[in-house]
Ligand binder design. Structure first.
Ligand code: TNX
Length: 531
């Protein structure tokens, strides 16, 4: 969507809005929280140069100016305005013009320090305003998320607050350590609605997470419409599906595309997963012909794993798999399509390799890059495939072999990054098979030294999966994700030299007033000095 306005017309609109807002401005402004610093951000920025004399204050006169001719930059500006308007009560017009005489937050494409690369940004705060420069709209978006955290926490309030909106002066140059910074939701064990998924996108994108992996199918439910196999959703995702039979539902293709578009507008790419050849009971109990004996097993609503397998030596299996991959690839603009591959304990090793070596090329055939749980390394993945490490140990020979042949790895060690593990023995939600994971555990590891033989250059990034056996509502999701998700986000973005638990837990504590205003149901870990 591109909207064109002339500079003069936009300035006229801004000028018209001013007298009204000026008269409505608070008479006496009192700072409510101590001044923030350029480093008070999660993930912590790479390079900060504070300038104590250069703080900038938002005012009713401030405008948001965006790179002329870029609808994507204008979109980032509009989102920033939407974020800042409720609490400030300022008009903050978004003007796609080359310059203004007004105090401004400028979103500029180009002219940034070369270190910012494709996803980073340079943020300059002077007394005249804020300038965010980036190579891409994704970089501008990342810069606006930093700006948001540099403002007082009250900026997250849904109604007008009487405070001074001071942004600390100086320069930030910031860019990610890893290209892939992911989160995952499990729609199969309990379905999560479009509203819940998009709410999660809002939360994770604040911390510069740029991929959301959706686990769409499993033994307990099938959650994505496939036209050529229509009963997958109406039966496999229908009434009575999900753990304990209480998590039914599915995404139509239109729902899925709405999620993809919502996420894309926040620079988050959706990675859809169809788990195979195991974790397939929902499909096999719906279509008898997907079973070697032609008999549909009963639906399952328990949380056991490793008992189901597609029929490896039946051609119909590959027709089914190709139909699903083709239809899903057609509605997925992102580069990755995840084919699961974990815990196929009911498939022999030989059958597993046979299956994967037929299915991996199908993903390429439909223009996508295959990702899969680390077990796919037991087959012969193409060089562009991505293996997602979910082990609890520090060695994996198959994975190291695949890495030698070019496979890249997403790090999601279950005993560090699994958001569905309990925090401590008293946590009401969650599982504990990979251990208890307190905030310091989630933060206390390095993606590039976790698995011997899988170093920095082999690591594509990190992911924080959240399995939903015990979760139902958005409140449940938030409780398990916060505050550990921001820990994984920092591991994915910030440098190893800035890795520091004391600093992290202090900055985490400062997020609490923001989460309260956003009504995020977070776990108040005793390890964190909450304010
Ligand atoms: C293992 S991790 C699984 C999932 C479960 C999860 C629960 C992985 C690739 N498979 O099927 O939901 O544990 O924590």
């Amino acid at each position: 969507m591109r909207r064109r306005h002339t500079t003069t017309r936009l300035l006229a609109i801004a000028a018209l809005a001013l007298p009204l807002t000026l008269s409505a401005a608070p008479a006496v402004a009192t700072p409510s929280t101590p001044a923030r610093q350029l480093t008070d951000v999660i993930p912590v920025p790479v390079d900060t140069r504070p300038d104590a004399r250069a703080a900038f204050r938002l005012s009713p006169l401030t405008v948001i100016r965006t790179a002329p001719g870029s609808s994507a930059a204008w979109q980032v500006g509009r989102q920033l305005a939407d974020t800042l308007r409720p609490a400030t009560g300022y008009p903050l017009p978004v003007l796609p013009v080359p310059s203004t005489p007004l105090p401004e937050i400028a979103l500029v494409l180009g002219e940034a320090d070369h270190r910012v690369g494709q996803e980073g940004y340079q943020l300059d705060v002077t007394r005249r305003g804020v300038t965010i420069r980036a190579t891409t709209p994704a970089g501008l978006f990342a810069g606006t998320q930093t700006l948001r955290q540099l403002l007082p926490a009250d900026i997250e309030a849904p109604t007008r607050q009487r405070t001074t909106w001071t942004i600390p002066g100086g320069r930030i140059i910031d860019y990610p350590r890893f290209a892939y910074r992911g989160a995952m939701l499990d729609l199969a064990r309990h379905f999560h609605t479009v509203d819940e998924i998009t709410a999660y996108v809002d939360l994770i994108s604040q911390y510069k997470i740029n991929y959301l992996h959706l686990h769409l199918t499993d033994d307990q439910g099938w959650r994505i419409q496939i036209d050529s196999w229509p009963r997958l959703t109406t039966v496999g995702g229908g009434p009575g599906t999900g753990v304990d039979g209480v998590g039914p539902g599915y995404l139509t293709k239109a729902d899925y595309q709405a999620v993809v578009a919502y996420a894309a507008a926040r620079h988050v790419t959706i990675v859809p997963e169809i788990d195979m050849p195991g974790h397939t009971n929902a499909a096999q109990s719906t279509y008898p012909e997907l079973n070697c004996d032609g008999v549909a097993p009963p639906p399952r609503t328990d949380i056991a794993v490793g008992y189901s397998s597609l029929c490896i030596n039946d051609e119909l299996t590959y027709r089914f798999v190709e139909d699903v991959i083709r239809e899903l690839a057609a509605i997925t603009p992102g580069p990755y399509l995840h084919i699961g591959g974990d815990e196929a304990h009911a498939t022999t090793d030989e059958d597993y390799r046979t299956f994967m070596n037929r299915v991996l090329p199908l993903v390429s055939k439909y223009g996508k890059r295959a990702s899969g749980w680390n077990e796919i390394a037991q087959a012969d993945p193409p060089a562009d495939a991505v293996a997602q490490f979910w082990g609890t140990g520090t060695t994996n020979a198959d994975l190291v072999d695949a890495v030698t042949r070019g496979t890249k790895v997403i790090m999601s060690p279950a005993n560090k990054s699994y958001l569905d593990m309990k925090y401590d023995a008293t946590t009401r939600l969650g599982l504990r098979w990979a251990g208890l994971i307190e905030v310091s555990d989630a933060y206390g590891w390095d993606p590039a030294t976790r698995v011997t033989g899988v170093g920095e250059s082999a690591v594509l990034g990190v992911e924080a999966p959240l399995w939903s056996e015990t979760l139902r509502s958005l409140d449940d999701i938030e409780y398990m994700a916060f505050p550990r998700l921001p820990a994984i986000a920092e591991l994915g973005w910030s440098t190893t030299t800035s890795h520091d638990w004391e600093s992290f837990r202090t900055r985490l504590g400062e997020q609490a007033p923001r989460w309260r205003l956003q009504q995020v149901n977070f776990y108040p870990s005793p390890q964190v000095p909450w304010i």
